[in-house]
Design a protein around this ligand. Structure first.
Ligand SMILES: Cc1ncc(COP(=O)(O)O)c(C=O)c1O
Length: 364
């Protein structure tokens, strides 16, 4: 049998890494900022990179902290702002590591269904009334794992509810710069005035191995997080931050984004076309960017059975249950399309469709 096609991890394509550019950035960063980035450093991260992000995002530099990936910053935020028993609302489904980090901190995690245009606002309203949650965690653009983007009208509704209930809204934005077609939705900060934390990362834009993520939060939260960083690890890894700063300073990010879009857009198209052609009876959000597309299987067909059937055809799919705070997800498949070439996507989804059709016929 030919090599298996792996559709489990949301990783960038290996061919997307700008290795030559990064070699040059590493050399310049070490030569030009070596005594800073080779030394112990204050915990909030490399000041020139914090300042560059502050400028791009239009916020004071004091509100920006850098970390070893955005997931570390989320963990720090959770540990410094929440207490065991606190209620946190998330999308259902959502990024599995966020659910894990919240549970590790002893929080109660409740899910709000995701529709094709983002959170179900009626369900959110009822949950806000009932739980008065401390935090609402959202991936507003090209959500992991469904691919849904929160519409402009829903952004205003979410901001207004967060303001009314004084709930901290945490917007996780790693996929926002990766729009392949269509129009950007407005930034949440332009849709109202609620307590807001925004976080993102260079993992999907430059390299996840560099582990450079950022967070914008009110200053007292940044201070609490940096105190925790200092006692836990002194400072994040500084050499990658110097390299990322150099990458931005040389104007390499914008052309890199264009290259990524040119590489990934055809993969998303292949995914959408193949689903349409080969996977009848299922439904899915039609993302316009990002890394993922979530498929809900037809009634009576379980993701577990499809996974097993697809595995026999050399296609590895992930367990959808981890993305659901209530552990359900029995009919959910996440398709990460960026790290897989178009013909492999088509082959994989042809097999998935055949497995589903076979099950529908045999009533399995
Ligand atoms: C929504 C979301 N947040 C955070 C992360 C983690 O990013 P980082 O590599 O910056 O820790 C991911 C990675 O897949 C993600 O999908």
């Amino acid at each position: 049998m030919s090599e298996s096609i792996v559709l489990t991890r949301g990783v960038p394509a290996n061919e997307s890494f700008a290795i030559d550019d990064l070699v040059e950035c590493a050399e310049s960063a070490l030569r030009d900022y070596g005594t800073t980035i080779l030394q112990y450093h204050p915990p909030k991260g490399f000041l020139p990179l914090r300042a560059a992000i502050a400028e791009r995002e239009g916020v004071p530099v004091e509100q920006v902290i850098l970390g070893n990936g955005s997931i570390q910053l989320l963990d720090l935020l959770i540990r410094t702002t929440l207490s065991p028993g606190d209620v946190v609302l998330v999308e259902r489904p959502t990024y599995d590591r966020t659910i894990k980090a919240l549970r590790r901190a002893g929080c109660q995690v409740h899910g709000i269904p995701v529709e094709s245009d983002g959170l179900a606002i009626e369900a959110l309203t009822r949950a806000m009334q009932r739980w008065r949650p401390r935090m609402l965690y959202l991936i507003p653009d090209f959500q992991n794992p469904t691919g849904a983007t929160l519409s402009a009208a829903k952004r205003t509704a979410v901001m207004s509810l967060a303001a009314q209930y004084e709930t901290l809204l945490v917007a996780d934005l790693p996929y926002r710069p990766l729009r392949y077609w269509g129009q950007d939705a407005p930034a949440l900060s332009d849709c109202g005035d609620a307590p807001l934390v925004q976080m993102s990362s260079f993992s999907k834009l430059i390299s996840p191995g560099m582990r450079v993520g950022w967070m914008i939060a009110p200053e007292p939260m940044i201070e609490a997080m940096s105190t925790l960083v200092e006692s836990a690890c002194i400072c994040p890894g500084m050499i990658p931050q110097g390299m990322v700063y150099e990458y931005l300073r040389r104007g390499l990010l914008e052309p890199a984004l264009e290259r990524l879009k040119a590489l990934y857009a055809p993969r998303l198209r292949a995914c959408l076309d193949s689903l349409e052609r080969h996977v009848p009876g299922a439904h899915w959000v039609k993302p316009e960017g990002g890394f993922f597309l979530g498929v809900t299987l037809p009634e009576g067909i379980t993701a577990r059975a499809v996974r097993e059937g697809a595995k026999a055809q050399g296609v590895t799919l992930s367990d959808g249950g981890a993305f659901f705070p209530d552990g359900d997800g029995s009919r959910f498949l996440r398709i990460p399309f960026c790290g897989v070439a178009e013909n492999d996507i088509e082959t994989a989804l042809t097999h998935v469709g055949a497995v589903i059709q076979e099950m529908s016929v045999t009533g399995r």
